[in-house]
Design a protein around this ligand. Structure first.
Ligand code: C2E
Ligand code: CA
Ligand code: CA
Length: 793
């Protein structure tokens, strides 16, 4: 009977243990956090399985070896009112839980037995405990705590029941371990996230600092990065101000604001200010709880949960602060904080550097203004003029244009200054500056070079232009300047120096204009620098200016030089050669002005002029029954004229010129300047069906393979070889081989500069096709060509 009952009891006990096991396993599968898991298991033990009470305890590693109850169920009093447990090896610690923790093995007690610690007897009896079973919970290889189960009857927990409950304890420990690992992983992820955003903020701050030129824009950019890229809710930067430096004026911010930034930020000498002054961060982990936070309601309403204030310090002084607000509580952990602190230090340093940079730039600007400009007129001074002049010379050199420097000296300035004083003198100077500006306009720089002295740079100004400008200046300064009832004499003398003729650098021009001014002062006039200047370049310079008007005023004239066929002695063509009837200098040969025209950018109008004149002449000859080709010289620069072909085609159409009656001569050296470009232009020119000749052949080092590719009809042997071929063997050899070469390439050949009969005969013997030179005729005015020809036979 008793056996049966005990069997039945055993079964009941086993089944409550099994209910515990399945209930706790279900909880383990379902529950995601530790507290809920423990509470759920405790509930299962008492309410589902039918044990009297249960508790889960954690071992503390403190000195007094206490044990903390994490969860409990079935007790008559709340957890906090239960007596404290210990795992020390003393009376209190020798109960079930303490022993299980201390030994790492399960511990079972019959509450009524003698070995049960006396201190625990009362509670246990009150709570109705008969037996106790404590099982250690091993988490990650270490004793975490214990699971204590109390049964109402004495001598409970037989072998089978115990085995099942051990399994419950093992599963619980395993569940705790899993949850703990999971939590740790989540924490790590969170940390990485935080760290990452702090790192990103710092990187962005550094990049903003490096590229910054404007402080406010930079601060705004930094705040934007903190919010938009790093996920903070609000970031703002402010600077300390006010008499005591305790007010903060926000300078830039980004994120959820809603008027938050307009809340007064006057920092009393409180914790926040002190911490920042000492270079420490001010952290509020929870704006709702931390009483030091100044506006908890406002912050919460906008979704801020925690905040950090970072000091911006320079040389130990608090300059301002960088505040970051986060939507999460406890957002700023140690690592993130130290990164943000480093970032704030970078920012403070960068701000200092930027401010220093800005200050330096402002100082530089002042120095530049003082060093380069005349304070009375605001005009460039002598130093600045030198730079401006150098620049002007460089661009005139590039454009192959002349330039003039005018020095304007006020004749009576010293006198006025001495008798009437600085104020009157300054008034005079300002008025003169205004008048000069009126004459010069935006044309070129104007400068004040000395007390009573100005300088004007005239780009593109030749001698004549400069003299005109000088006269205009004298005219505007002829009227006296009224000042306090007196009239101040503003009349001036002007000295001029010219580039390139009288100097190719700023110093030379300044020196020479100064010398010219000295000379001019003696006559109150205008003087062009003379001195040791070489006459040639001055002449060239004024020629250049004159050439422009020569084209307009029809001072050019077309000359023609005939070409003879050596075999038949027939006139087989003529070369168009340019002459200039200069109003003062008389007939000027192209040798003196073609180069000048090239360097002054005048070659194109010149070429067009010749083209028109030659085609008109050709037309006239045709009318007179003379049908010979007329050849026109093209210069190297013509080859780069994009309109050349069109222009030639147009002129030919205008005059009804037959293609066969047109020829163009290009010097070998012009072709070799830009072989590819020349080949292209010649090819297009050839499409007009005109003939092409290589002029001055033998002087330009062209290669045979290049010549073969050129669409050229004729080679003109340079006169330097022809003129002495009778006396110089080398020249003779060159002439001979050029004739052979031309014929091998299927080209015609003409000798130029044939001055005597014997050369003429010699060339005929060598098989040269044509000849041109003084022994046939000098170049003659085109209109007299027909006349000359009729005298031939
Ligand atoms: P070029 O094309 O070689 O012209 C031949 C030059 O030799 C001409 O000089 C001509 O007067 C000269 N001459 C002719 N026969 C003899 C002679 O038997 N002995 C000597 N010593 N010289 C002779 P010119 O007319 O003074 O022209 C000089 C250069 O100016 C020309 O050399 C040509 O390169 C250039 N030129 C002339 N007119 C024009 C033109 O309309 N356009 C271009 N681009 N250049 C031209
Ligand atoms: Ca020629
Ligand atoms: Ca020639």
């Amino acid at each position: 009977m008793s056996r049966l009952r005990s069997d039945h009891q055993e079964l009941q006990r086993l089944s409550r243990a099994l209910r515990t096991l399945s209930g706790s396993n279900r909880a383990l599968l379902r529950v995601q956090d530790e507290t809920t898991l423990l509470e759920e298991i405790c509930r299962v033990v008492v309410e589902v399985a039918g044990y009297r009470a249960v508790s889960v305890c954690r071992k503390e590693d403190d000195e007094s070896r206490t044990v903390t109850r994490l969860a409990a169920h079935g007790y008559s009093v709340p957890l906090e009112e239960l007596p404290t447990i210990s795992w020390a090896d003393d009376d209190r610690g020798r109960a079930a839980t303490g022993t299980a923790i201390r030994t790492g093995r399960p511990c079972m007690f019959n509450v009524h037995s003698e070995d049960f610690p006396v201190v625990w007897r009362e509670v246990s009896t009150r709570e109705g405990f008969g037996s106790l079973l404590a099982m250690p919970l091993t988490v990650e290889g270490e004793i975490f705590g214990a699971l204590l189960i109390a049964a109402p009857e004495a001598d409970a927990f037989g072998d089978d029941e115990r085995q099942v409950l051990y399994e419950v304890a093992d599963d619980l420990a395993f569940g705790l371990q899993t949850l703990r690992l999971k939590r740790r992983r989540e924490q790590a992820e969170q940390e990485i996230l935080h760290l990452n955003r702090a790192l990103r903020t710092r990187a962005a701050v550094n990049s903003a600092l490096i590229h910054a030129t404007d402080e406010r824009a930079m601060l705004k950019q930094i705040c934007d990065v903190a919010v938009q890229e790093c996920g903070y809710r609000l970031a703002w930067i402010g600077f300390m101000e006010g008499e005591d430096g305790h007010d903060v004026r926000p300078a830039a911010w980004s994120g959820v604001d809603d008027g938050f930034m307009s809340l007064p930020r006057r920092w009393k000498d409180g914790g926040l200010l002190r911490r920042l002054q000492e270079g420490r961060p001010w952290i509020v982990h929870d704006v709702a709880r931390d009483t030091t936070y100044p506006f908890p309601e406002e912050a919460q309403r906008r979704g801020f949960a925690s905040t950090i204030g970072l000091p911006l310090r320079q040389d130990g002084q608090l300059l301002g602060t960088f505040h970051i607000l986060s939507g999460e509580r406890d957002a700023f952990d140690e690592q993130e904080t130290s990164l943000l602190m480093a970032m704030a230090a970078d920012l403070a340093f960068g701000l200092g550097a930027l401010r220093a940079r800005t200050a330096a730039a402002a100082a530089e600007e002042t120095i530049r203004r003082m060093a380069w400009f005349d304070p009375a007129t605001g005009l460039p001074n002598r130093t600045r003029l030198r730079t401006l002049l150098t620049e002007a010379i460089a661009s005139c050199t590039e454009a192959r244009q002349p330039l003039a420097l005018l020095r304007v000296g006020l004749d009576r300035f010293r006198e006025i200054n001495e008798t009437l004083g600085d104020v009157a003198a300054d008034r005079l100077i300002r008025e003169v500056a205004d008048r000069l500006r009126g004459v010069v306009g935006e044309d070129g720089p104007l400068a004040r070079t000395a007390d009573g002295e100005f300088a004007v740079v005239l780009p593109r100004g030749g001698a004549e232009h400069a003299q005109q400008a000088a006269r205009a200046i004298q005219a505007v300064l002829a009227d006296p300047v009224p000042s306090d009832g007196v009239l101040l004499d503003a009349r001036c003398s002007i000295g001029i120096s010219l580039f390139p003729g009288q100097g190719s650098d700023a110093d030379a021009l300044l020196r020479r204009s100064s010398m010219a001014l000295e000379r001019a002062r003696s006559s109150s006039g205008v003087t062009l620098f003379q001195g040791s200047l070489d006459r040639d370049s001055a002449q060239r310079l004024s020629l250049m200016a004159d050439l422009r008007s020569a084209i307009e005023h029809d001072e050019l004239q077309l000359y023609c030089q005939p070409k003879l066929r050596l075999a038949s002695r027939d006139v087989c063509g003529a070369e168009a050669l340019l002459r200039w009837r200069h109003p003062r200098l008389g007939l000027v040969n192209p040798g003196s002005f073609i180069k000048l025209a090239e360097s002054a950018g005048l070659i194109t109008p010149l070429t067009y002029w010749v083209l028109e004149a030659a085609l008109r002449q050709s037309y006239i000859w045709r009318e007179q029954g003379l049908s010979i080709p007329l050849s026109i010289n093209l210069s190297a620069r013509d080859l780069h004229d994009p309109k050349l072909i069109e222009r030639i085609g147009g002129a030919m159409a205008t005059w009804g010129t037959e293609p066969g009656s047109m020829e163009f001569e290009l010097t070998e050296s012009a072709l070799m300047d830009d072989p590819a470009g020349a080949l292209e232009t010649l090819t297009r020119l050839k499409q007009l069906d005109v003939s092409l000749a290589i002029d001055d052949f033998g002087t330009g080092y062209s290669s045979l393979s290049y010549l073969q590719r050129l669409p050229v009809d004729l080679i003109k042997i340079d006169q330097s070889f022809v003129s002495d071929m009778r006396t110089n063997k080398d020249s003779a050899a060159i002439v001979r081989s050029t004739i052979d070469l031309a014929h091998n390439l299927d080209m015609g050949v003409i000798a130029e500069g044939v001055e005597d009969r014997s050369t003429f005969d010699c060339l005929a013997e060598l098989g040269c096709d044509m000849a041109q030179g003084f022994c046939i005729s000098e170049p003659i005015p085109a209109e007299r060509f027909g006349e000359w020809r009729s005298t031939l036979h």
